[in-house]
Design a protein around this ligand. Structure first.
Ligand code: S3P
Length: 759
């Protein structure tokens, strides 16, 4: 079957001449045939057998060995000869061109571009405007037209390196030709092309040729090869490539290849030294970086998210269908705290020494943070079942990342990173997913600018953030206009790099994990009432971190039990930091039967098992001082309110409007679908619950989570008291904070199924 995208040819060339009918030229003809190309395809090749074979295979209509004869009437000419043959072919072409069609376009497929451009300049006096230099990044160790493959270019890149004065129409025609073959067409200048290819293609070929030749020379009878296993075969496959073609490439791209070989030799030298010295840290650091970079590369090729490599939910449409009713019973341990997981990587990376983390949340957000530090040169082992080992580089040991740092869906990561990156010697850029791109970053950019940082944002203070390095930061006294732990933490992290004291005053208490963890790493953070501060210029000393279960994830099961008659759930090892327990206080005020058991302190954070059994809930006016302490828990608390007797009123919660979604509106829309009575105000909502445990509290329906993990999980829990199925769309982001939510929900007795997770 011809794939859909290959059936419609967009190229309208009347006669295509392929000069050089080998693997590349033959595959081009073959792909165009499959695409339904309407024009004639002819070829010229010094080997008449190749021409005969091409005709026999149905790839070309006709051909011959004399260029002057074949050029006649050609509308496009593709030069698919080895790089060093290019000049003589161009010279023949220059003589023969008058017999081509008037608007003839020329292009080539050579693997190096500067030498081919120079050939054109010598032959034609300048690069003709109808010559579009190009290079399909595809090939095979096989050669000759017999190996032609119509799929060779599908989903491969073709790089065009047009001159600035190129004829735009010619450029478009070449672009269409390759798109017909299923390729993705990019443009780049000649120099960059040659550098990139030297590293990504020419160097690996040189190494493969060299390794095989070295071993073959050492063992004339080739005995070693009998024992060589898959590793050798994988590494050296390309050593079977066409020697003439590769000789030409190395002669043509000498300078760029030598530069990449120098870098490689330096890296090999470092590894040699590490092996010699038995330097286990250096070996692990190199292998770990390489192994993750390789996986990242795979995920790019497979067009999946990097996190999918960790068996997360793949991006795309994920829908939950939840049957009404069900039980809420069992003992559960929910994943590690997201806020602490981010901070454990950040502080571990900036510390001196090795930090061992237990209980790390293997969710997409914290994995993106981990990856960002790898990209800044930090060796990180794991995660393996919540265990991560971070080889800290010290406050000044981060390296400039090669490109923008991608922090996914996470506002916390972007805001905390902005503070610590403002203190670095290098420039950096922070980007995120579509939802994050809409969130306000002025709240961190503005005070960081007061500290002396230079930060560019997109319009309206939105991401991406471009942070200019080498700023001399100075401490400030900052009165936060909103109660935000992210802003506070950002400024404290920048304060590590600032001269003098950085002081932050919060209008209401917010989570204090940054302060606790800094203290745990031996960096003094002081507090007096609503203000905390630190002095710049200290250092962090690595230490173990035990991340407790996330109370924000536990909340979904607390609410599940609070609304379901006969429920009895125990959540183990949950962090109950006083700045996070708004949900416990609010549910208790509503009448929930909730007990803290086995209270203890783990690594500077209070922890308990929380047991919750069903008891009827009543509506309350939520105390305003509890709002920052329960800020992430409101989507689930709104569901509790919808099941309580009477009205629950929330005020002072305008921050909910700038979370992963506008959570007041997103929840109100979902509640409306279920038929729950409510009234929205700017900074909150009134929800009228149905306190009658004998009947369903509301109906079912189809709800859009807007890609917000907490909206998705809140409505999943709501189904325990619904009268009909609740279908929740756009749930892939649950993997950002709670990758095994569905499994745990099923374990307590909910009827939840997932559609589209593996599309
Ligand atoms: C977080 C702080 C809170 C919270 C977020 C995590 C943190 O945001 O909503 O999920 O880890 O510091 P704000 O600081 O913006 O309130």
């Amino acid at each position: 079957m011809v794939p859909e995208h290959l059936r419609q040819s967009a190229s309208h060339e009347s006669r295509l001449l392929i000069v050089g009918l080998g693997l590349i030229g033959g595959s081009l003809a073959s792909a165009l045939r499959v695409a339904g190309f309407q024009g004639q395809i002819v070829a010229c090749d010094p080997d008449e057998h190749e021409i005969a074979r091409g005709i026999e295979m149905g790839l070309i209509d006709s051909g011959g060995t004399c260029l002057a004869e074949q050029v006649e009437g050609a509308s496009m000419i593709v030069l698919a000869v080895p790089v060093l043959a290019m000049e003589s072919v161009m010279a023949n072409l220059a003589d023969a061109l008058p017999s081509a069609a008037p608007n003839v376009v020329m292009t080539d497929v050579g693997s190096t571009k500067a030498t081919i451009r120079a050939c054109a300049q010598r032959v034609f006096g300048r690069v003709p405007t109808n010559l579009v230099l190009g290079h399909p990044i595809a090939g095979s160790e096989k050669s000759g037209v017999a190996a032609a493959n119509p799929q060779l270019y599908v989903d491969h890149k073709v790089i065009l390196t047009p001159e600035p004065d190129v004829d735009r129409n010619a450029l478009d025609r070449v672009r269409r030709l390759w798109q017909d073959c299923g390729a993705e067409v990019l443009e780049m200048d000649v120099e960059r092309h040659d550098q990139v290819l030297a590293r990504t293609s020419h160097l690996p070929h040189l190494l493969a040729f060299s390794l095989v030749d070295t071993l073959a020379r050492q063992d004339e009878r080739l005995d070693i090869f009998r024992y060589a296993a898959g590793g050798f075969r994988d590494f050296t496959r390309i050593a079977g490539s066409d020697p003439v073609m590769w000789r030409d490439i190395f002669i043509a791209n000498k300078h760029a290849v030598l530069a990449s070989l120098d870098d490689f030799e330096a890296g090999l030298g470092r590894l040699r030294h590490a092996v010699e010295a038995g330097d286990s840290d250096a070996l692990i650091a190199t292998f770990d970086r390489a192994s993750h970079a390789r996986r990242y590369f795979d995920s790019l090729l497979n067009k999946t998210s990097y996190q999918a490599e960790y068996h997360m939910q793949p991006q795309g449409k994920v829908t939950y269908r939840v049957r009404p009713g069900g039980q809420a019973k069992g003992h559960l341990r929910v994943p590690g705290d997201k806020s602490m997981s981010h901070r454990s990587i950040m502080l571990g990376a900036l510390a001196e020494g090795v930090t061992e983390v237990k209980g790390f949340l293997e969710g997409e957000d914290s994995l993106a943070t981990l990856q960002a530090f790898r990209e800044m040169g930090v060796a990180i082992e794991g995660p393996h079942q919540g265990r991560v080992t971070i080889h800290g580089v010290g406050l000044h040991g981060l390296k400039a990342p090669a490109g923008p740092l991608y922090v996914g869906n996470s506002g916390t990561a972007m805001r905390l990173f902005s503070g610590l990156l403002a203190g670095q010697a290098f420039d950096s850029e922070l980007t995120g997913d579509e939802s994050l791109t809409k969130r306000p970053m002025g709240r961190v950019a503005d005070p960081l600018r007061l500290m002396g940082a230079t930060i560019d944002t997109a319009e309206g203070g939105r991401p991406p953030l471009k942070i200019h390095g080498a700023a001399a930061l100075k401490g400030i006294h900052y009165d936060m206009p909103m109660a935000s732990a992210q802003v506070k933490s950002c400024l404290l992290l920048a304060g590590l790099y600032a001269q003098g004291e950085t002081r932050v005053r919060e209008p209401a208490p917010t989570r204090d994990h940054t302060e606790r963890m800094l203290n745990g790493f031996g960096y003094a953070v002081s507090r007096d009432g609503d203000t905390c501060w630190l002095q710049g210029g200290g250092k962090l000393s690595a230490g173990p971190i035990d991340v407790p279960s996330d109370i924000s994830s536990a909340t979904f099961f607390l609410v599940a039990a609070a609304i379901t008659p006969e429920a009895d759930i125990t959540l183990e090892h949950v962090g109950i930091n006083p700045t996070r327990i708004g949900v416990i206080n609010i549910l208790t005020l509503m009448g929930a039967n909730l007990l803290l058991e086995n209270e203890r302190e783990v690594g500077g954070e209070p922890v308990a098992d929380i047991r919750i059994r069903y008891a009827p809930l009543k509506g309350i006016d939520i105390p305003v001082d509890q709002v920052p302490l329960a800020i992430d828990e409101f989507p689930a608390l709104f569901i509790a309110a919808a099941n309580a007797e009477g009205i629950t009123r929330l005020r002072g919660a305008e921050e909910l409007r700038v979370k992963e979604s506008d959570r007041i509106q997103a929840m109100a829309d979902g509640l409306a679908t279920l038929g729950v009575q409510h009234a929205v105000v700017e900074d909150g909502i009134d929800i009228t619950g149905n306190g009658n445990a004998q009947v369903a509290s509301y109906g079912g329906g189809r709800i859009d989570s807007l890609g917000d993990h907490r909206i998705a999980m809140a409505f999943a829990i709501a189904s325990l008291r619904a009268g009909d199925d609740i279908v929740i769309e756009d749930c892939a982001n649950v993997a950002t904070s709670f990758p095994d939510f569905v499994e745990l929900a099923a374990r307590i007795g909910m009827g939840i199924s997932v559609e589209g997770a593996h599309e």
